[in-house]
Design a protein around this ligand. Structure first.
Ligand SMILES: Cc1cc2nc3c(=O)[nH]c(=O)nc-3n(C[C@H](O)[C@H](O)[C@H](O)COP(=O)(O)OP(=O)(O)OC[C@H]3O[C@@H](n4cnc5c(N)ncnc54)[C@H](O)[C@@H]3O)c2cc1C
Length: 496
């Protein structure tokens, strides 16, 4: 019987509503959870979708306006919902197009289940009793809302928020954040001052690419930290007929990487991965976090940059009539007054949040965030874990949880390979616990880039080997737990 009731009841301190499922977070993770919920609920059952932002889309709502999807657009969706752009399959969608697809996904899902949006509301607390979860939310203007739900999915993702400009001492340069200052905007266009991009990851590459293509001849420089390498998009997602014979399906690559990784040899695995499948433009590449870049983008950026500094910016100071970048190594670099300092230092895992398990003790609350990650991507977690929740298996399948926040503090180098071992281990368990259709309906599966016969080869390989390899992944993850003294293992009961 649906839990949906008219929302007229009032607790003394705010409105009270009830629903079957409450999902907090309307980014790609929340929308995947919503898609899955719509597969299990009846047409007249109700989902309340809560987000502190004012619309669906999550971080895409606030990040810089020239951001584009870095994988082919069809592979970024909720469940198996198709895009309606009518573009070539290798097209990289713009921010507006991504947000448009979020709207489309929500419309499609609403055809299967009742969804009520509560945008502009933040979850403050949740309390699980035997029969229901009591969720307290607060609006930005201080109103309170209590939701009674049978199940709660907290689809927080990586909790990305827009970046502020870097705080610097100099008054002679302009410190800006790409989230607040469009590189294609009037101010940047009207100026011919040099630009210093601080950072070397995806945002830095998007920013550099935008600047060097919008303003040919403009002085654009990069302070690239330890440097970053990216997946070569050409090798992972070859365009045209090469999909039939070229490239490497991502699942096979992840399998091979995790076969090689034993919890101690991340440098060797990284060297192998980078040499075979990477692309980069900095002399060193201390970072990698699954970003994609094409060889053409790489060449354009490299050709358009004036200077690349392999160091970390500490401050920009004015002294003795000179304006200097002050770098972590102790060296300095004089810059022209009026230069732009663009904060591209990244968003991922920058803030501390308290630990919570991915599933509550009683099994009615699912929480998708980095302190108890079960997969490398939150979007994929938002798809698979709700299946376990609705199949009533969320506490029974002994998935490993990994504290990515703590691991990142201890080693950024090991992070991507640890994440791959985690997802390989857990997908192996999930494959034994859910109907095959769950995998078939997963539109986030990057192997979908390739024609069906090639995908079938990958699937067959996974089915034949995953149980055997699970032991190796478990051993790798156990090694990481011991080596870094981090939370990495199956869920424990509260108090244990
Ligand atoms: C600059 C940048 C570019 C990226 N580009 C790509 C890309 O091209 N392809 C790709 O696959 N990935 C990309 N990523 C990774 C990206 O973060 C994810 O793909 C994805 O969109 C994250 O979705 P999410 O739903 O997990 O999190 P989010 O998009 O952050 O959504 C989580 C939502 O939960 C809400 N929320 C959190 N806590 C509360 C609370 N207490 N109460 C109410 N609401 C709450 C937030 O307001 C937010 O809207 C990029 C990341 C960055 C930073």
């Amino acid at each position: 019987m649906p839990a949906s009731q008219p929302s007229a009841a009032t607790e003394e301190d705010g409105a009270v509503e009830s629903c079957d499922v409450c999902i907090v977070g309307a980014g790609i993770t929340g929308l995947n959870a919503l898609f899955v919920a719509s597969r299990y609920l009846e047409r007249d059952q109700k989902v309340i979708l809560v987000d502190r932002r004012q619309r669906v889309g999550g971080m895409w709502v606030d990040t810089y306006p020239y951001v584009r999807l870095h994988q082919p657009h069809g592979l970024f969706t909720a469940g198996n919902i198709k895009w309606t752009l009518g573009q070539d399959r290798s097209y990289l969608a713009t921010k507006d197009e991504v947000l448009g697809h979020f709207d489309h996904c929500l419309d499609i899902i609403k055809q299967r289940v009742r969804v009520e949006e509560r945008f502009g509301w933040a979850l403050e607390s949740d309390d699980e009793s035997d029969a229901m979860v009591r969720i307290t939310c607060k609006s930005s203007d201080g109103r309170r809302l209590v939701v009674h739900a049978k199940q709660l999915i907290k689809a927080y993702g990586l909790r990305i928020v827009a970046n502020d400009p870097l705080e610097i001492s100099s008054t002679r340069v302009r410190s800006v954040s790409p989230d607040l200052c469009d590189m294609r905007g009037d101010d940047m266009r009207a100026s011919d001052a040099p630009v210093w991009i601080i950072g070397g990851g995806k945002t830095a590459m998007d920013t550099a690419h935008t600047l060097v293509t919008e303003y040919p001849g403009r002085e654009v420089n990069l302070v690239a930290g330890s440097g970053t390498y990216f997946n070569s998009r050409d090798r992972l997602f070859p365009a045209g007929a090469r999909r039939w014979w070229g490239g490497t399906p991502v699942s096979g690559l992840a399998q091979e990487a995790t076969r090689r990784f034993d919890g101690t040899n991340e440098t060797d695995v990284g060297d192998w991965f980078r040499a075979g499948y990477g692309t980069w433009l900095t002399p060193t590449t201390g970072n990698y976090l699954f970003g994609n870049l094409s060889e053409a983008e790489n060449t354009t950026i490299a050709a358009g940059l004036n200077d690349i500094i392999m160091d970390h910016l500490v401050d920009v100071v004015d002294r003795d009539g000179v304006t200097d970048l002050v770098l972590r190594s102790g060296s300095t670099k004089a810059v022209r007054p009026g230069s732009w300092i663009v904060n591209c230092t990244g968003y991922v895992l920058h803030n501390d949040h308290p630990y919570e398990p991915y599933a509550s003790d009683k099994g009615a609350v699912l929480s998708i965030q980095p302190r108890s990650a079960t997969m490398h991507l939150t979007s994929l977690t938002g798809y698979f874990l709700p299946h376990l929740l609705f199949l009533d298996k969320i506490r029974n399948v002994p998935l490993y949880e990994l504290d990515l926040q703590e691991l990142r503090k201890k080693s950024k180098t090991v992070l991507p390979y640890a994440m791959l071992s985690l997802v390989e281990h857990n997908l192996s368990l999930i494959a034994d616990s859910v109907p095959t259709k769950v995998f078939l309906d997963c539109g986030l599966d990057l192997d979908r880039w390739y024609p069906l016969p090639r995908r079938m080869v990958s699937t067959a390989r996974f089915m034949l080997t995953h149980r055997r390899e699970r032991e190796h992944h478990r051993h790798t993850l156990d090694t990481l737990r011991e080596r870094f003294n981090i939370r990495c293992g199956p869920l424990t009961k509260a108090g244990c």
